[in-house]
Design a protein around this ligand. Sequence first.
Ligand code: GLY
Length: 422
Amino acid sequence: MSSRASSHVGSHAWDVLVVGGGIIGLTAAWRALEAGASVVVLDPSPGDGATHAAAGMLAPVMEAGFGEEAQARLGTASLALWPQFADALERAAGLPPGAVGLDTAGTLALAYDGDDLVELRRTLALHRELGLGSVEITPAEARRREPGVGPRVAGAAWVPGDHQVDPRAVHAALAVAAARATLVPRAAMSLTWADGAVVGALDDAGTAYPAGTVVLAAGHASAALFAGAPTRPVPGTTLRLDAAADQSPAVVVRGTVQGRPVYAVPRRVRPDGRRELVVGATSDEREDDHLTRAGDVFALLRDVRALLPELDDAVLLEAVTRSRPGSPDNAPLLGWAADGLYLATGHYRNGILLTPLTAAAVDEALGGAGRPADGPGGGPPGGPEVRAAVEAAARYADPRRFADAYSSTPGTTPRTERGGTA
Ligand code: GLY
């Protein structure tokens, strides 16, 4: 453990308290366990936040926004860590290779009409500027790759560097890998402070969890526990379809339909010749109520069938609405925010993509960095690329960038609003 964390070990019930049991929280718990810490996780419903709705696109290229070069670099660095992370996680959970569904087959980007094609070409120009790989192809070439692409598509691009993984499978694997942690099915109500340091938390039944280090990974609800983590909910709806393999794409298909973004993320074909597809996603700035609007389901189905008409025959399994954790600049908050308080939140649209980088950052913070990937209880390896990515994250995602703008900066009076899930 680092000096920051280890200075408390021995005088507290837990070395590490993780608030939030989503993909980010359980990743932190797993890495803390591997660093030799005793770990408790607080979450009334682990994995039922953003993790539950996430499609699992690992898309640093197509998610790169104008003016967000540093964020794209973080995404690319984290994507490069995904194979090692998936491998280490599968082994830690005793699962066969491939169990978490990492798929590096690439992504097909489509433009529905002429205006969508203008936008797609602007995006491709940005990729060229940032050195991100993508290439325009004709609609006919797009149909050769994916025969289900509809007749009215105006243009297309092939994006070899955007991949996918199954977030629910990742979360299930993390739950096994982090099984030695104590899971308490309650929400955190407040952090506990002493002498300007965070020394634990209280749950919503008033039970105290003293800890040497608190990792705040409560997604959009983090702000309610610590005002220096100014997260907000950005609800999104995704749909789960079940489709015959020959009526569904084999690679991730995303595009814009009259300006509206839509994507379809296919999972592996099952022995019965069918596969699940995740179709997403809406994006709203409103409260987190977990309620799916009829109009959102309508719009997603209308837009995805404009690109992939054969999906008409798919079975609609599920519509789910959960909130991404946005931050004021939509970049993550990853790092120490106060003595005893480590933030791993605000991952916004890229929580799944940034999971391995978060693991590496937590390793560095809690002393697990550089553990051998192939040793017993090992994890994502260290090494120069990992260290460089963690250093970039330390600069770009440093939570202290918000410290001045908020009254509850480290060491001030704790807030008492109710927390929530990651
Ligand atoms: N990462 C895709 C989304 O947030 O919808």
